[in-house]
Design a protein. Structure first.
Lengths: 568, 488, 311
């Protein structure tokens, strides 16, 4: 080939190569519409599958792809300017406000689309919509928050369930437990009668894990909440009944009291010494092997420990709330929480997005989201209450139940397939709170409160607890204790600027690291020394600024509570 | 070689050469400019995403319409306008490329130069045509009345710049063509070796520029109060505010010193043990059985593939109070219930041990390859001279590996501030944090990472790059000074 | 039958007593080293094939109990695993092949001292290894180039790897220059010398960078995550497996804002097998590498240089 031909050929190849880079995009007329949902709460990546996909396809002719918020996803999506079609926010703080101010979210009132395509929301969630208008600061509605209550009198299901090893408690003869000291003695006694776990290793009252630490050591601050009924509030706790703020490092603060308690447990050999290096997984191992006696949460207690094996063996973990403890319940608000449903500004089909969100707010949609398709997994009985079908119940017990199995044909009509788990609603946000009232039935959306879904005790030990507690469910039992309700207000976390943020993260690390060291102190002398250290370190980074912040915010919150009380 | 090239060039060539300097610079300018979205001539409406440059508009139609899906569907704008814009941009891009080709060909012989001039003329013309099409698209956008505020048609200044460049190319090429003499039959298409090599290497330079140098424009974020999706404007300009933030109070300063100390120690230990993979490779070469050698080669790379999270899970199982190690000691009769992962002693050595366990096998691959590359005749000569096994290792193998070793050492020295984060993240806890926290982990821990503060993370990145490059050249000079040859 | 010996070994036919001692020590050393490398892998492996209940209790330490392959079978239910596998395989093959060709060629060109401004360009290339522009600028750059949501984003940015080019350059510089010179005298051009002489002689280093490149492509996750967010059919194997891993547990996220007790209990149930899933995934991604790698080791052989100088 002649050189000039060679050169021209080279250039042509380069041009062709460049054209290969261009992706093609063409949608046939009757293919389902593809929507992208960027959800900061999702853990799933990819297209929605299973029964939920079938429902969405049949109803809206739509296929939804979920993009979870893994590292770098938020930044890159904001920079590219296109957040997606549906956008679900983890909180209404800085990230959400940036998107609002940058114009990346769709104005729901544009061309009256809200009223045309989402009438149910417009009618029934007006308070939540107005709240969104207020916090967005642009006099526009961009969406609404999660866990919307149907009325302000309700509160959420109890979260801190105080699970202990009921079989050991029974063996000890149900000693009365009121104060922290009583609790301590109970654990000492439990360890005496049960010194080793199933692997032959030592047992402990608690086993902690550092990977979920936030502003303070997670378990210790939660313990303070579970005991006093004070909610976590920046670096410290908030008294929900008086609005007082207890800074984490002040003398006699709830946080430090609990740190002292855990140190006492450690010195008595009742705290798993591996806690400092543990991960959530290793903690679950210990729990499963019967090495842990107590947990304030159900997921790190009864939910993991109560296997068929253990229960058949007479071992179980169930609730026991010490007399002096005041578990907290979170009041529900008609204003919605901080996890916002919104639509992207550059979306091609905002009308469709609004329609979908609207459907999720209807009672049918709300129940379908959690429990499966209507009339396949659940239905409204003639008495106007909610019932599970046999298939629905099976799915709740075992999420791997396959809807395509022939034994369920009478419910599915042979049209549904896939495991129940595969079809779950991976966006992970709620519209109405699960404890809100379903206007169609008067019952809550939460199946634990349905008249038709109370379960019988299968195992003796379970029945034993029910007899002792005098009620059938954990929630009922918790309702008999001296609980505190934290009133829901329109309070939203304000954004911190970079300066404060930097101080905050440094103080955070000083406090969490210092707390762990305090818990592991071997003597009073060491404890006191470490206490002065933690205060000194935190102050060095600017703890005072953080404390002042907590105070101002607590005052602001209290004002909102008082305004709410005055209005009623 | 060829006589035409070696001869002194006649005066016309010299004039042409001056023209070519200008043309090459202009071509470089045009080609570089087409990658910058800020000065894209294709940005005729705000419906086009801000990250679309002339290059993107030319090669990707879908990229051009990505933000306009709804306006197109509701027919506020016409797809045909976008297509005109797209093909116009494509023409402009190709035009710039042809001008670049002209610049490249001007490095060659007369024949090449003359052919190059033709490309230059065509390229300039295409560039101007492309800008014409862009202007046409602009007029179409500007003519839309309904939703005009949503469309906001503007004609970027860059259109005039490109049109001007196009004109320049045409004029220069024509001029050069006119000035140069006609080629004779015996003239050939050829180029001096030095330029030929350069042109062969050019695609690699271009790729490196496009993927590694262009993103450095992002360093400007360090000087603004920047949030994701935000703007860079006079209001958000922050000057050196963020540079000072890291040193604002004494605790932070102490932290930085501590963290840098940890980083340097860990990297230093790594460098001090960098000879280990080399020795392992030499020992591997001495294994007699080929089967055993293959097994060793494969198995020692396994630790490299186990992620640090899993390594930590295994470490927990081994060194917990209920772990094997304590169990093993128990079997020997020693009562022990310490958790070896807590505690602040010897963290550096422990981390070094884990790091070596994981990395040495993988690093030894390079040295095994290098050993294979040593000339066999050197070994034969050594045998003839009566060298024994160990002397061969010392006088043939080792020197043969030195070039590779010194290069890797140099690169490691330059990378002294980057230890990676994964290993230290999984092993850190409240008690060892003062010695285990290296720079990368510190950045992550106090949230200077991307997620919280873009200016701060940019500053850290800038700092690391500058220090690394400086160290690279310093170490290079030291090598030139001591060993007499530079490595880079 | 004489066992095949390692050609790299230079002990010669007659072994002295010192040689024997050295050989045995060498063998012992490597056996211990192998044990050290293998044990953690073995630990992870037995946990994946044992009864999940025992694994959840942390009871499996030295040998498997209650053999079961259910964890591997469960991977069948991972959505899009097949597609992800093909995508990853494709990118590994194409990406590695192209990268090796580019690196070899670039490494060769850089050794030619007569290149115009060789040192300057080489240095410009090398310092890019230390560049750290940040996530957003890199992302915007890729987006600007039109590579987001395409397959080519895996291949093109990975073509020029300065580290590999340095390795090739260093290796080529150790090849005796008389080989090239004699070819030049015979009138061969750069390309001919490159393909006929340099490449065959550089097989060991090319195999090395091929291994590095292939492993990098096989294990890649971040580029799939950041650049191909909506093009799920282009997700790599690691990305899909990571999604599968996370699908079964969202406890930590739920915890951070007063999640519902019942939801938390449900999440805890599904999180129980999380640990073993992590191990299984690790096995699944490591195994192909271990199967392919021994085939690459055959490039680390002597005998290629023999006769080259004389020819």
């Amino acid at each position: 080939m002649k050189p000039h031909q060679r050169i021209t050929a080279l250039l042509l190849t380069a041009v062709l190569g460049l054209m290969l880079l261009a992706p093609t995009a063409a949608l046939a007329a009757d293919e389902p519409i593809q929507l992208v949902c960027y959800s900061q709460l999702a853990n799933y990546s990819g297209k929605l599958t299973g029964w939920i996909a079938k429902i969405l396809l049949d109803k809206f002719n739509v296929e939804i792809t979920i993009v979870p918020d893994l590292e770098g996803v938020y930044e890159t999506r904001m920079e590219s300017g296109n957040l997606g079609d549906l956008v679900v926010w983890g909180n209404n703080g800085r990230e959400y406000l940036n998107a609002v101010q940058g114009g990346y979210l769709f104005d729901w009132e544009e061309d009256d689309l809200l009223y045309d395509y989402a009438p149910y929301i417009a009618e029934n969630m007006a308070a939540a919509l107005e709240q969104n208008r207020a916090i967005s600061g642009m006099d526009t509605i961009y969406g609404f928050g999660h866990n919307v209550a149907s009325s302000t009198q309700d509160y959420e299901a109890f979260f801190y369930t105080w699970d202990i090893r009921w079989d050991l408690y029974k063996e000890l003869g149900y000693p009365e437990v009121n104060s922290l000291d009583d609790l301590f003695d109970l654990f000492v006694a439990m360890k005496e009668i049960c010194p080793l776990d199933e692997n032959g290793n030592e047992t402990y009252a608690f086993s902690l894990w550092p990977d979920w630490d936030g502003n303070m050591v997670m378990y210790i601050k939660s313990f303070a909440t579970a005991w006093y009924g004070y909610d976590e509030w920046y670096f410290g706790h908030l008294n929900c009944e008086t609005g007082e703020y207890y800074s984490a490092l002040e003398d006699g603060s709830p946080y430090l009291e609990m740190v002292k308690f855990f140190n006492k447990l450690y010195r008595a050999g009742l705290l798993d010494p591996n806690s400092m290096t543990a991960t959530y997984d290793t903690m679950t191992e210990k729990l499963r092997a019967g090495g842990v006696f107590c947990s304030i949460f159900n997921y790190s207690g009864s939910a993991t420990y109560n296997t068929e094996e253990h229960m058949a063996d007479g071992k179980i973990m169930l609730s026991l709330v010490p007399g002096d403890a005041r578990p907290i319940a979170y009041g529900m608000s008609t204003l919605g929480g901080n996890r916002i449903w919104s639509v992207g500004a550059k979306s091609e089909y905002p009308e469709l997005c609004l329609e979908i969100i609207n459907w999720l707010c209807t009672p049918e949609g709300r129940l379908t989201m959690d429990y499966g398709p209507q009339d396949v997994c659940w239905y409204y009985g003639d008495d106007g209450l909610t019932y599970f079908t046999a298939l629905g119940e099976a799915c709740q017990k075992d999420r791997k139940t396959n809807l395509g199995d022939s034994q369920w044909d009478e419910f599915t009509g042979g049209e549904w397939s896939g495991e129940f788990n595969d079809g779950s609603f991976q966006i992970n946000n709620t519209t109405w709170s699960t404890n809100a009232t379903n206007p169609e039935t008067g019952e809550r959306y939460n199946k634990d409160f349905w008249a038709s879904y109370q379960t019988e005790a299968i195992y003796e030990i379970d029945q034993d607890w029910r007899d002792w507690a005098g009620v059938e469910t954990v929630q009922d039992y918790m309702a008999t204790t001296n609980y505190v309700v934290k009133p829901a207000t329109e309070y939203a976390d304000p954004t911190m600027d970079d300066d404060l943020n930097l101080i905050w993260t440094q103080v955070k690390k000083a406090i969490t690291d210092g707390t762990w060291n305090l818990v592991y102190a071997k003597s009073d002398g060491e404890y006191n020394y470490l206490l002065t250290q933690i205060v000194k370190n935190a102050d060095g980074y600017g703890y005072e600024t953080c404390e002042a912040w907590g105070e101002t915010e607590a005052a602001r919150w209290w004002q909102m509570v008082e305004a709410l009380n005055a209005a009623q | 070689m060829n006589d035409t090239l070696a001869q002194k060039l006649p005066p016309q060539h010299r004039t042409a050469d001056r023209t070519y300097y200008l043309l090459r610079i202009a071509a470089l300018f045009a080609m570089a400019l087409m990658f910058f979205p800020d000065v894209s001539p294709a940005k005729v409406t705000i419906l086009i995403n801000k990250s679309v440059s002339l290059f993107s508009a030319g090669i990707s139609y879908s990229g051009l319409i990505s933000d306009s899906a709804r306006p197109l569907r509701l027919e506020w704008v016409q797809a045909s306008t976008y297509q005109i814009l797209h093909y116009g941009s494509l023409t402009a891009v190709l035009g710039s490329l042809l001008a670049g080709a002209c610049g490249c060909m001007s490095l060659g012989s007369l024949r090449l130069k003359r052919l190059g001039n033709i490309f230059g003329m065509i390229g300039g013309g295409m560039l101007m045509a492309g800008m014409g099409m862009t202007y046409l698209a602009y007029r179409q956008f500007a003519a839309i009345v309904e939703k005009a505020d949503r469309i906001a048609a503007t004609l970027p200044d860059a259109v005039y710049i490109y049109a001007g460049l196009g004109l320049l190319f045409v004029l220069l090429s024509v001029g050069a063509q006119g000035v140069l003499p006609r080629a004779e039959k015996t003239d050939r298409y050829e180029m001096k070796p030095k330029y030929r090599l350069f042109l062969m290497f050019l695609p690699i330079i271009v790729l490196s520029f496009v993927f590694a140098y262009l993103p450095l424009v992002g360093w400007r974020y360090a000087f603004y109060d920047y949030q994701p999706g935000g703007t860079l404007s006079a209001e958000t300009f922050a000057g050196f505010k963020y540079f000072q933030m890291l040193f604002q109070n004494e605790s932070t300063r102490n932290d930085m010193i501590r963290v840098l100390r940890n980083t340097l120690v860990m990297s230093g230990l790594g460098i001090a043990t960098s000879w280990v993979p080399l020795v392992i490779a030499i020992l591997m070469a001495e294994i007699r059985s080929r089967f055993f050698l293959r097994s060793v080669q494969t198995i020692i790379t396994i630790p490299n593939f186990i992620s640090w999270v899993l390594v930590y899970a295994v470490a927990l199982a081994m060194f917990n109070t209920d772990g094997f190690f304590n169990g093993f000691l128990g079997l020997l009769g020693i009562q022990s219930d310490t958790n070896y992962l807590m505690g602040n002693d010897n963290i550096w050595l422990k981390m070094l041990a884990w790091g070596m366990w994981k990395g040495v096998g993988w690093s030894s691959i390079i040295y095994v390859a290098a050993i294979t590359g040593i000339d066999v005749s050197l070994y034969e000569a050594a045998t003839v001279d009566g060298a024994g096994r160990f002397q061969k290792m010392r006088y043939v193998t080792l020197p043969g590996l030195m070039p590779t070793y010194t290069v890797l050492l140099l690169l490691a020295v330059a990378a002294i501030l980057s230890n990676g984060m994964d290993q230290y993240y999984v092993f850190q806890n409240a008690q060892n944090t003062s010695t285990i926290e290296v720079l990368d982990l510190y950045v992550y821990n106090i949230g200077i990472g991307e997620g919280t503060s873009i200016p701060l993370s940019t500053i850290v990145g800038m700092f690391k790059t500058i220090i690394s490059v400086m160290l690279l050249f310093i170490a290079n000079h030291v090598s030139k000074w001591t060993r007499g040859e530079s490595i880079v | 039958m004489r066992r095949k010996t390692n050609e790299l070994n230079h002990a010669g036919f007659r072994r002295t007593a010192g040689d024997r001692i050295f050989d045995s020590l060498n063998t012992v050393f490597f056996l211990l080293y192998l044990l050290l490398c293998l044990f953690p892998f073995y630990y992870l492996f037995i946990n994946t094939i044992s009864n999940n209940d025992l694994v959840a209790r942390g009871a499996i330490n030295f040998w498997p109990v209650g053999l079961t392959l259910s964890n591997y079978a469960a991977l069948k239910s991972v959505t899009d695993l097949g597609t992800a596998f093909l995508v990853t395989l494709g990118r590994t093959v194409i990406g590695t092949a192209t990268m090796v060709v580019v690196s070899a060629f670039a490494g060769y060109l850089v050794t030619k001292k007569e290149m115009w401004n060789r040192k300057f360009f080489y240095r410009m290339l090398v310092i890019t290894m230390y560049f750290n522009a940040g996530l957003i600028p890199t992302y915007l750059n890729i987006k600007m180039l039109g590579l987001t949501d395409t397959f080519w984003v895996y291949i093109i940015p990975a073509l020029v790897m300065p580290f590999n080019i340095i390795l090739v350059k260093t290796y080529i510089e150790s090849i005796p220059p008389d080989l090239e010179e004699s070819a030049l005298i015979d009138g061969a051009g750069y390309m001919t010398i490159f393909s006929k002489i340099i490449v065959p002689l550089s097989m060991p280093i090319l195999a090395t960078i091929a291994i590095f490149g292939a492993v990098g492509h096989w294990n890649s996750f971040v580029d799939s995550l950041i650049y191909n967010q909506t093009a799920i059919q282009l997700h790599t194997l690691q990305h899909v497996l990571y999604t599968y891993l996370n699908k079964t547990s969202n406890l930590a996220a739920m915890m951070n804002a007063g999640a519902d007790a019942t939801a938390a209990a449900q999440a805890a149930q599904s999180a129980l097998n999380n640990k073993v899933i992590k191990y299984t995934i690790s096995m699944v991604t490591i195994l192909p590498i271990l199967l392919v790698y021994p085939f690459m080791t055959r490039y680390f052989q002597k005998g290629i240089m023999l006769g080259a100088v004389k020819g």
